[in-house]
Design a protein. Sequence first.
Length: 331
Amino acid sequence: MRVLGIESSCDETASCVLEDGKILSNVVSSQLVHKVFGGVVPELASRAHQKLVVSVVKQAIEEAKISKEGIDAIAVTNRPGLVGALLVGVNFAKSLAFGLEIPVIGIHHIEGHMHSVFLENTELKPPFLNLIVSGGHTQLVNFIDFGNYKTIGKTVDDACGEAFDKVAKMLGIPFPGGPNLDKIAQAGNPEACNFPRPMLGSGNFDFSFSGMKTAVKVFLEKQTQDEITKNLSDIAASFQEAVAEILVTKTVSAAQSLKLKTIVVTGGVAANSRIRSLMAETAVKQGFKVVFPRPVLCTDNAAMIAFCGWKRLLKGEKSDLTLTAFPSETI
Ligand code: KG4
Ligand code: ZN
């Protein structure tokens, strides 16, 4: 089965073609229009998706070396996300499905992230513990089986990616904050500043990141601009280390408690170099298998959406042409 994927929930316009779950093409166009604003501007994101969607889908079909008549179904992100941005992908997917007389299926963006790991790890089978860390989510999920998940912990305030982006902004690191902070941190000393590790001893698997933003803010207020500039990589590395330690400690203890042998980390923040290395060192030492998708499959892409759609289509599920977009994750 060939599934065309479309993803437009935030600032990436993405499309792909999968054949029986294997990537034939995977095109991601990151919108540059937000750079001058230091963050994603929803209205501009919708307009950019509208401009890009046709050429991105066309490129995905061309790179897969098929014709559009060779597509069997379309999977599209329809929740959660920026609703104006989602609507562009959903409407285009429905129109194309209508024209080609093929099924369309709406996919939850986070369920898509959870499936990104299967794209290149074909041997991997549930159950496993999935840490999902993105710009809007931080969740520990017991991936019991396809379509059967149990959330065992989540952030009580900000998402981990949001904390990366806000701290990057405070440090004057340009958009996109998370990946740029990661690069700068590589030259820094992770023990230079002692930032807090909120909720590390909370006795549950929930997270909190808003206090970390405040801690960095208070720390910066006591520094001169020259000191901040001089110590930028040390500050970035210390913040990143604190986040990595929280994520790794909680995840490993959740895996122990659930007696799960495999840990999977997905979502944009799973591209972070220190989170990857600390998770690998710590969890492997304690006898767990750790699997990360490649960084390009951690950040937003359509292949993860198409894979999740393919799994659901195989079960006989599909959406009808009243499919619409929802900003919230509860639907
Ligand atoms: O999954 P994603 O691409 O989009 C959402 O669903 O939100 O995640 C985006 C988030 C952003 O907050 C971005 O700064 C963060 O992932 N991110 C990173 C890195 N790459 C992306 N954060 C830290 N280090 C990275 N290398
Ligand atoms: Zn995402």
